[in-house]
Write a protein that binds this ligand. Structure first.
Ligand SMILES: Cc1ncc(COP(=O)(O)O)c(C=O)c1O
Length: 319
């Protein structure tokens, strides 16, 4: 198994316009982003398919497009194109020779060394690293969640549609609190008391055979996995509604699950001591989880556009 985290110089990251040994990818303590969180990022997964001897990057263009949108919202003067960013991610994985499930983290940030709290005109840099990554949360058992007393930061405080580095203080407060209290994760409410999302994933519930998920205007990061799950559900004949969701609606649901690049599709079986549905991962959730993972790992032929292969295909007559 390749790990590339051995500190032996084999781990490569992208920094200041080039691929460098990971140890050289360092931001000075005076950088604007280090002081004020003024940058944005993406979290991208890649799944290893042993039969095909191929690493497939999940929804690469969608992640790169969101990074570019986040950068615009944060006034990051970034002139890289979608194609250049996609190529950089693929080259990063190749240079690290990752041949197992992996995670890629590109960051675009204010690199200028100034104390001024501002956005306009500051120098922007792009950096990226990758690492092996299996499951982020255990997705085989049901998760136990709590509704956090930390409110999801409002779109008028930090833009929810941008994946802003500084806004993850909000996520860390909620998720840390939940874990300290013995839960697996936190659900967060909007200022007007509706469900927004979990600390770093989107929320779905199943009621009467239909999926419901909070609207984009309910202070969520509009997830890329969320969109894929909605499309897969529709293909499976399961209706989907985006709606404002009350706290009691989620407690009364037949099934609840979280989804996101990190958590994948993760069943929830308990919220604040209330058992959800039958207290075990639900049928709709499990069917979607299976379908999502087989599509992204390339175990089925359809949705090929959601998988970008990292390595050249082996020659037809190679063993
Ligand atoms: C706050 C938040 N919401 C939702 C998500 C899920 O988004 P995606 O499916 O694009 O990974 C994430 C993870 O990236 C997140 O950090």
């Amino acid at each position: 198994m390749t790990t590339n985290n051995a500190g032996d110089g084999s781990r490569i990251s992208y920094f200041a316009g080039q691929f460098v040994p990971h140890e050289q990818a360092k931001v000075p303590i005076t950088a604007h982003v280090m002081n004020y969180g003024t940058g944005c990022f993406e979290g991208i997964r890649a799944y290893w398919n042993a039969d095909a001897a191929q690493l497939y990057v999940t929804l690469l263009e969608e992640h790169v497009d969101r990074l570019l949108r986040s950068a615009r919202i944060l006034k990051l003067d970034f002139d890289g194109t979608r194609d250049e960013l996609c190529s950089m991610v693929l080259e990063l994985l190749r240079r690290n020779d990752l041949r197992e499930d992996a995670y890629i983290r590109p960051l675009v940030y204010k690199a200028d060394e100034t104390i001024k709290v501002m956005l306009t005109g500051l120098r922007t840099e792009l950096a990226a690293y990758c690492q092996p990554m299996g499951a982020y949360l255990d997705i085989d058992r049901g998760l136990r969640l709590t509704v956090s007393s930390w409110q999801r930061i409002d779109d008028n405080a930090i833009p929810a549609r941008a994946k802003v580095i500084g806004s993850y203080v909000n996520a860390a407060l909620a998720s840390d609190d939940a874990r300290q209290k013995g839960f697996d994760e936190a659900l967060m409410l909007t200022g007007d008391g509706h469900l927004a999302e979990a600390s770093s994933s989107n929320l779905f519930l199943v009621a009467n055979g239909r999926l419901f998920t909070p609207r984009g205007s309910d202070d969520i990061l509009v997830g890329i996995t969320r969109a894929a799950v909605m499309e897969l559900a529709a293909e499976m004949g399961v209706g989907v509604s985006e709606a404002s969701i009350d706290r009691s609606e989620v407690l009364a649901a037949d099934e609840v699950f979280l989804c996101g690049t990190g958590v994948q599709v993760a069943p929830v079986t308990e919220i604040d001591g209330r058992i959800i549905g039958a207290g075990a991962p639900g049928q709709v959730t499990l069917a979607l989880q299976k379908r999502y993972l087989e599509v992204m790992r390339g175990e089925v032929a359809d949705h090929a556009a959601w998988r970008t292969p990292v390595y050249d295909a082996p020659a037809a007559d190679s063993p």
